[in-house]
Design a protein around this ligand. Structure first.
Ligand code: ARG
Ligand code: GLU
Length: 720
């Protein structure tokens, strides 16, 4: 042990850069920029094994799962693993009080028992291409920005269209480095995806919101799905005739486990990072936006929890909503703390100082870059007002479920108020769609929760929004009821069409001018329509204009930074395209006197379960397995490994991403980051930033010993 840490310390001195694990890299360019560093860390394969268009490669085994997660294929028969929290919506969709798969878990014991998941898709990446030159064709450096943008849009569309002509593929062209480069992504979408297995939430969501975003972690955060295709292995909508998809490539699974220092790679779809924003932008995240958003969500969560604890139906209805609200809430807290601890604002200021000096060294640079920092400063000054208002719109106004819902009706109703004849085809289409979303909305709606949230949020809005941003209908209510929020709430909910789904569906089924007129007098409809148009005009539009100009400035700023630091390899911000992150298995020290190990075990699950905390309840069967030490082939040193931490740079969207070892074998499934490292979307700290993965052996143990679904393990390729 001593010897190992000596070697590590020594090599740190020699190769400091080898240990900087920051970065989410473009798979296509790994060979050019990253392979040497990856090899130095232990990686044994080639760039072609990661991404290739000539042969099956790892990318063919990875999917964008739904619209916000990653998943990977683990058998020749289309079996897919992702996180429990990624499959959560679907597990909930299939759950009822009678079949409570959220609480009990679900295991299909044969293909016939696998459950179709309407609306769920998985998206395979077909190829990536650098199309910068083609996108920028005709673009001049001194061009008007609006003309430039429309040219880029037109070029991008031509490129994407021609990439998918005569195929069932989809494509998009995405800007990188704020539009200094452009890449084409061609995808293939499969839409028959079925639920195969999920542990009970007491395993898959063990630790719940108490442990979310923290280490040490004991969550068995995985679920299993299967991709189906038509008889030619092509994408097809759900059909009983469809058969399991045969992937070009799937991940073999290593059961050898991981040790401290082992190479790991996380390959998936991180959604959004902002690594290059200025000090003022960081200030606005840490000190303006996050504090308000955190406290508003706290209020909302307390209300939901209260009702969920006392009623099982409500608990199921609100499980997914609550988890979603809590997730960002907790992340923002960690992010703010991390930015402050890292002195992120000061660090950015120092960089800006350096940039200024560098710019002032030559007249040429002054001309190209001299205006940037002063203009950033002006724009961020303007932005703060809009940001605050927009946060209130999202986190207070739209926190009221019925508000978000009512807004969907404006398109339909306003069609009768355009001054010309209403488009009947459009009306028919709109009302059909709204009937479906009304059914969906009320399935998981519990109005006592929404009423209480309305009361808290609207009161907050009325006290914090400038007078000019308060809709007339809201001011009217406050005046009429003398700011008695109980009465205002009763009025808002009791008399509205939106309080009665049957009536609403009745109106939608026979929608005509009379219905539109009636809707127009509805209080919920009116207040929302007023709020929306007021905000669009006074907040959303100007805010967008400021943000658009900032993006343009960042394009030039990025170019300048790259020129100033010619030896640094810049990785592009995450933009929900496929990325490679690599690092090593490693613990960390979160604070003075504390050192965290890099792995957790079943012992920790049992320890926590004895604390009497709701989030730490464990199924009896798991406790029995533990008591009998009935671990079968999954025993390691008398227990079962559960999760591990590593230094890979990941973000939201990387949930469910494959974590592979130096040989490219699956050793884990990524599901979170540690609390002290959540600021890595803005600034990465090698000492604190760790991703958290479920040890694949824990998933296998649960599948085999807990669920007895050995047929699933037989499908996989285990490397022992
Ligand atoms: N924090 C993880 C991710 O960002 C997991 C979220 C799901 N778990 C939860 N308790 N809400 O998305
Ligand atoms: N749990 C996150 C997700 O859903 C991944 C964790 C992170 O943000 O790093 O994507």
């Amino acid at each position: 042990m001593k010897r190992l840490s000596f070697i590590v310390a020594f090599s740190l001195l020699l190769f400091p850069s080898v240990y900087a694990d920051e970065g989410m890299w473009i798979p296509l360019l790994v060979g050019k920029y990253n392979l040497d560093a990856m090899k130095a860390k232990g990686f044994k394969l080639t760039a072609e094994d990661i991404y290739s268009i000539n042969q099956p490669s790892m990318k063919d085994a990875i999917v964008m799962f739904g619209r916000g997660c990653t998943g990977e294929l683990i058998s020749p028969n289309g079996l897919l693993i992702t996180n429990h929290h990624c499959g959560y919506g679907m597990i909930q969709y299939h759950s009822s009080v009678e079949h409570d798969y959220l609480s009990q878990g679900f295991w299909a014991m044969s293909l016939e028992e696998e459950l179709p998941c309407p609306g769920l898709t998985v998206t395979f990446l077909n190829r990536i291409e650098d199309v910068t030159q083609r996108v920028l064709q005709g673009v001049e450096s001194d061009m008007d920005e609006a003309i430039r943008q429309s040219m880029i849009q037109a070029n991008s569309k031509t490129i994407a269209d021609s990439a998918i002509a005569n195929s069932n593929l989809t494509a998009s062209v995405e800007p990188f480095y704020y539009g200094n480069q452009y890449f084409l992504f061609v995808y293939e979408v499969y839409s028959d995806v079925r639920l195969v297995g999920a542990p009970p939430s007491s395993i898959g969501k063990f630790g719940g919101d108490t442990d979310n975003w923290t280490w040490p972690r004991h969550t068995g955060d995985f679920s299993l799905f299967r991709v189906y295709a038509d008889k030619d292995n092509q994408p097809a909508p759900y059909s009983a005739e469809n058969v399991p998809y045969k992937p070009k490539r799937y991940f073999p699974i290593s059961t050898k486990g991981i040790s401290a220092g082992d190479f790991t790679m996380v390959y998936g779809y991180p959604a959004r990072t902002e690594q290059y924003i200025t000090s003022q932008a960081v200030h606005q995240v840490a000190n303006v936006s996050n504090p308000v958003k955190i406290s508003l969500r706290q209020t909302r969560l307390d209300i939901m929890k209260n009702y969920m604890m006392s009623n099982d139906t409500v608990r199921i209805k609100y499980a997914s909503k609550h988890a979603g609200v809590a997730n960002a809430w907790k992340k923002w807290i960690g992010e703010r703390n991390g930015l402050i601890r890292l002195n992120a604002i000061e660090k950015k200021e120092a960089l800006e100082q350096q940039f200024s000096q560098w710019v002032n060294e030559t007249q040429e640079r002054v001309e190209e870059y001299g205006y940037l920092l002063p203009r950033f400063s002006e724009l961020y000054g303007q932005r703060e007002h809009y940001l605050k208002a927009d946060d209130l719109r999202r986190e207070a106004f739209a926190a009221v479920e019925i508000n978000r819902f009512a807004l969907q009706f404006t398109r339909l109703v306003e069609e009768y108020y355009t001054g010309s004849e209403p488009d009947l085809a459009l009306i028919e289409k709109q009302s059909k769609g709204l009937i479906a979303s009304t059914r969906r909305f009320y399935k998981d709606y519990y109005s006592p929760i929404d009423r209480e949230i309305f009361q808290m949020m609207m009161r907050y809005l009325s006290e914090h929004l400038s007078d000019s941003l308060q809709p007339k209908a809201l001011k009217g209510l406050i005046q009429q009821y003398n700011a008695d929020w109980q009465k205002i709430t009763a009025k808002y909910f009791d008399e509205s069409l939106f309080a009665d789904s049957t009536k609403l569906i009745y109106y939608l089924s026979n929608f005509d001018r009379k219905a539109a007129n009636y809707m127009k007098t509805d209080l919920v409809y009116t207040l929302n329509a007023q709020f929306d148009s007021l905000f669009n005009e006074k907040v959303v539009t100007p805010f967008q204009m400021v943000n658009d100009e900032l993006t343009v400035l960042y394009r030039t700023y990025m170019k300048g930074l790259m020129e100033m630091q010619p030896n640094r390899i810049f990785y592009p911000d995450a933009n929900f395209t496929l990325r490679v992150a690599y690092g090593n298995v490693e613990g960390y020290s979160p604070c003075d006197a504390v050192d965290y190990l890099y792995y957790t075990t079943l012992e920790g699950v049992v320890e926590k379960s004895q604390m009497g905390v709701y989030d730490y309840e464990v199924p009896a069967k798991l406790l029995e397995l533990h008591k009998a030490k009935d671990y079968g082939r999954w025993a390691v040193n008398g227990t079962v490994p559960v999760s591990f931490s590593a230094t890979n740079h990941t973000s939201g969207g990387n949930s469910g991403s494959p974590v592979v070892n130096a040989q490219g074998h699956l050793v884990g499934v990524n599901f979170d980051r540690v609390w002290e490292g959540t600021m890595s979307d803005i600034m990465f700290d090698p000492a604190m930033c760790r991703n958290i993965s479920i040890d694949i052996r824990y998933a296998l143990f649960i599948i085999e010993k807990y669920a007895g679904a050995t047929h699933l393990i037989s499908e996989m390729t285990l490397i022992q």
